[in-house]
Design a protein around this ligand. Structure first.
Ligand code: NAD
Length: 470
């Protein structure tokens, strides 16, 4: 097992009588105590961010990019320490597409935000008139994140915001404050005072942050229910919004798909981060002709993929991060079973591994209208639905109120493209699901939110467009 001695952990935790105990997701032992901030602290941090912003903006793109690149190098140098904190607090194993992968992505996305060019756009230049669109800083950005990919998602929010000359007040999920404090500790080795702060607080203070008169932009990633509350809150300060909300991504396996060739990518499209991923595959529609083969391939992997304590080498699936999510997954699987679903793998907790472990679960022969299909499970349980006509599969995939991602699985590129064009989602992948690239814009449609992150679109989302015409 990897050593857990950490100077970063020591520097971000507080004495037990001053903080809140944060459990190890796998063992439930206390990792350390996180600070508990109050409303007065929130006000201090936002005002400090406001006063630090003009000088940070005045540094210009080149210097801010240099600082962000230095931070990316620093993340790489501290990667193992950060990954261990993340693995213990969130539960995701060090190995597989999990904690080490997430810290690697934090460095990659920091570098990308630093390096993407963004020049003023000339929209008219006809000899007589010229009009240019410039991108000014907005001011203070509030970044509010979830507990599933806490470090990577924090970087998605803060790195573009800082690059564009904003300052940031970051509010992590109450379930994963230590991972985000650890990230901020590394960032702050290179940032001037007040440019990036973390408020460690409950939802009430999160709500106060979204209404604060000195907040100009809210980058929010979390559930659709909270997203709706933030839209209401932003009526008071007219903060701009980027909302990355819940997903219930459908995948469609077309007739003729090469099941052996796609099975591993299908499995990880579903079970990445033990299913606790916004843009994971959450409903799988499979053509009758390959249905049994797909169910068997997924069930075989679900039964044998190593699950356990994240610090033990070789484990690639972990626990649910918290009791609430464990209860949701258990309820949805029981509902599916009661509705006649055939549990072909898992379907029960794994108490011998720890209190919040739930076996990787595949439920066949479920129908639309079952809660496991209609609700976001956000955990290791996939309903596999049968279809006969592609039109019917497209209609059922699009019937959700969510529209984050979707995928089409096929041996025929043109057929897959034709189906992809008909799916209502922010991203449609072909023969993969959930793979992200810092150059490619990412965001949802329908109740999965609005606004885009990454690439040029992501930089513009944290800037105020300003036209200069002459
Ligand atoms: P959540 O909405 O419960 O909490 C998210 C954050 O919002 C937390 O920091 C929480 O403290 C804060 N919060 C809660 N109420 C608030 C309020 N009224 N005002 C301001 N802040 C408030 O979500 P969660 O359970 O942490 O995350 C899981 C959800 O996030 C899933 O639905 C998942 O699909 C979604 N998600 C979406 C994306 C994406 O990119 N679209 C990425 C990851 C997770």
């Amino acid at each position: 097992m990897t050593t857990t001695t950490s100077t970063i952990l020591e520097s971000i935790t507080v004495p037990a009588d001053h903080g809140r105990a944060i459990p190890d997701a796998a063992t439930r032992e206390t990792i350390g105590h996180a600070p508990v901030h109050d409303p007065a602290h929130l006000d201090t941090l936002v005002r400090r961010a406001r006063s630090a912003q003009p000088a940070w903006a005045a540094l210009g793109h080149e210097e801010r990019s240099r600082v962000l690149n230095a931070i990316a190098t620093e993340i790489e140098a501290s990667a193992e320490e950060l990954a261990v904190i993340l693995s213990r607090e969130q539960g995701k194993p060090l190995d597989g597409p999990n904690a080490r992968f997430e810290i690697g992505a934090a460095a990659v996305w920091t570098r990308s935000a630093a390096d993407i060019p963004l020049e003023p756009e000339v929209v008219v230049d006809d000899g007589g008139q010229r009009a240019e669109v410039h991108h000014d800083p907005l001011g203070v950005v509030a970044a509010i994140g979830p507990w599933n990919w806490p470090v990577m998602i924090a970087v998605w929010q803060i790195a573009p915001a800082l690059r564009m000359g904003n300052t940031v007040v970051l509010k992590p999920s109450e379930y994963t404050p230590l991972s985000v404090l650890a990230l901020a500790e590394v960032y702050n080795r290179h940032l001037p005072e007040g440019v990036l702060s973390v408020i460690v607080a409950d939802r009430g203070i999160g709500s106060a942050l979204t209404k604060h008169p000195d907040v100009d932009k809210i980058m929010f990633t979390g559930s659709t229910a909270t997203g709706r509350r933030i839209v209401e809150a932003s009526a008071s300060n007219l903060a701009r919004l980027t909302l990355e909300l819940g997903g219930n991504d459908a995948g469609i396996v077309l007739p003729g798909a090469d099941v052996a060739a796609i099975a591993d990518d299908l499995f990880w499209g579903i079970f990445i981060n033990t299913g606790q991923t916004c843009a994971a595959l959450k409903r799988l529609y499979v053509h009758d002709s390959v249905y049994d083969e797909v169910v068997d391939a997924l069930a075989e992997r679900a039964r044998t993929m190593p699950m356990g304590n994240g610090l033990v080498p070789g484990n690639v699936l972990g626990p649910l991060q918290n009791q609430q999510q464990f209860d949701i997954v258990s309820r949805l699987v029981e509902d599916a079973r009661a509705a006649g679903g055939r549990v072909v793998a898992g379907g029960e907790p794994a108490p011998e591994l720890g209190p919040l472990f739930y076996r990787a679960t595949v439920v066949a022969d479920v129908e639309d209208g079952t809660s496991l299909v209609d609700e976001e499970q956000f955990g290791p349980a996939i309903p596999v639905l049968r279809y006969h006509e592609v039109d019917d599969a497209v209609r059922r995939a699009n019937a959700s109120e969510q529209g984050l991602g979707a995928s089409v699985w096929s041996a025929d590129r043109d057929e897959a493209l034709a189906v992809a064009k008909r799916l209502a989602a922010g991203t449609v992948w072909i023969n993969k699901h959930g793979t992200l690239d810092p150059r490619v814009p990412f965001g949802g449609t329908k109740a999965s939110g609005y606004g885009q992150e990454f690439g040029v679109a992501g930089l513009k989302a944290v800037a105020a467009p300003k036209v200069i015409a002459y």
